[in-house]
Design a protein around this ligand. Structure first.
Ligand SMILES: [Zn+2]
Length: 384
């Protein structure tokens, strides 16, 4: 087979998800006569996720011939990170971003100043749980693989495990005043992920999910039936609608204007624009709900403490968040899509989440797998 034909076959197999077949073609290509740096880099990119040491070797060969080839730099960074050598991966990712039009979403930036990675301009933050600055790098990657950066944030994502308390965090998050620009871009420029669910099965499925969560809550805590319920980060108000249908007096807070308008107009729920703690409507609550929200805060402890104070005696905080030791994440490892910046800033496991709840004066009463997201845990906590 001609190498040009083989390359076509390799790409076609990759395109239809036949990775084993694709890898066989790429291996034949790189064993053939003088493969070009581009072919070596492409092979490294395909093989690296499954066999990182081979990916690294191929990328290294490509870089020997063409030292700044962005695809090879990226494949090398990715393969090195997959082998746990995060500190080595970080400068490679940065080099790849700097060299590449494809990888560098910095090209989308409005001004050169905006395009500067925040890392160089803002200090590393301490652990939001215990204040320790030291930590161990546990993940490095290029955010544009999972999530776009819109020229607003650093495309190289890093995660650190606190040496003291074990909480995993983004060590250099963008300052709070940069986050709205990213969220705005994310909402306006990725319409598929941020639109309301389509009328039909998608919408119905979300309502059914909400209803199942309400039912589970009522089975475990029947005394809260019909009480006041607050949802922070209520998105389009689907859970609020299900809770209201089951008799709760439900109110939601949401930052995105479009979501607030849709939920109010289409579902008739009490959905208000805002975040916590500043915008929480007055009074205490029987149930406070935080689905896939706490990991977005720079100061999760303050948020939990504030919400805990708003719970009535016997009240319940229902919280779901990506969980590092959830079996799904254990299996997904490096490819876990929850390693995404800047949307996610802290990453709990069962122990660090239990500790965070404890600091807020709450005790975990129940825990189960959440269906809100792949690999999320759902925890119900009550005031101590
Ligand atoms: Zn800590």
């Amino acid at each position: 087979m001609l190498s040009s034909e083989r390359l076509i076959q390799a790409r076609a197999a990759r395109g239809r998800g036949a990775l084993g077949e694709s890898i066989d073609h790429y291996l034949a290509l790189v064993r053939g006569d003088r493969p070009t740096p581009a072919v070596l880099a492409e092979a490294a990119e395909v093989i690296g996720p499954l066999r990182p040491s081979v990916g690294e070797l191929l990328a290294r060969k490509a870089l020997e011939q063409q030292p700044l080839l962005p695809e090879a730099l990226h494949a090398m960074a990715d393969s090195v990170a997959r082998q746990g050598r995060y500190a080595e991966a970080v400068p490679l990712f940065r080099q790849a971003v700097a060299q590449s039009g494809r990888l560098s979403e910095l090209k989308d930036a409005g001004t050169p100043q905006e395009a500067q990675p925040w890392r160089t301009r803002y200090p590393t933050v301490a652990c939001p749980a215990c204040g320790t600055v030291e930590g161990t790098l546990v993940h490095a990657g290029n955010a544009s693989r999972v999530q776009r950066c819109y020229g607003v944030v650093d495309p190289v994502k890093l995660w650190l495990r606190c040496d003291d308390c074990g909480l995993v965090r983004v060590p250099d998050p963008p300052p709070e005043d940069r986050l709205p620009a990213w969220y705005e871009a994310a909402y306006s420029r990725s319409p598929d992920t941020h639109n309301p669910p389509a009328m039909g099965p998608a919408l119905y499925r979300e309502l059914m999910q909400g209803e199942a969560q309400v039912r589970r809550l009522l089975e475990r805590f029947p005394h809260v039936r019909g009480g006041r319920l607050l949802e922070v980060g209520a998105a389009f108000g689907l859970f609020l609608a299900a809770a209201g249908y089951q008799g709760f007096d439900a109110v939601g807070l949401e930052l995105a204007t479009a979501a607030v308008q849709w939920g109010t107009a289409r579902l008739g729920v009490d959905l208000r624009q805002g975040s916590c703690p500043g915008d929480v409507p007055a009074g205490d609550y029987d149930v406070i709900v935080l689905f896939e929200v706490i990991e977005h805060f720079l100061n999760p402890d303050a948020v939990l403490a504030d919400l805990a104070r708003r719970l009535r005696p016997g009240g319940v905080l229902l919280l779901s968040t990506p969980c590092l030791d959830h079996p799904y994440h254990v299996a997904a490892g490096y490819d876990d899509p929850m390693w995404s910046v800047p949307g996610h800033l802290v990453y709990y496991d069962r122990a660090t989440l239990r500790a965070a709840l404890g600091r807020a004066g709450l005790r975990e009463a129940d825990r189960w797998f959440s269906d809100r997201h792949l690999g999320s845990v759902m925890v119900a906590a009550t005031p101590v």
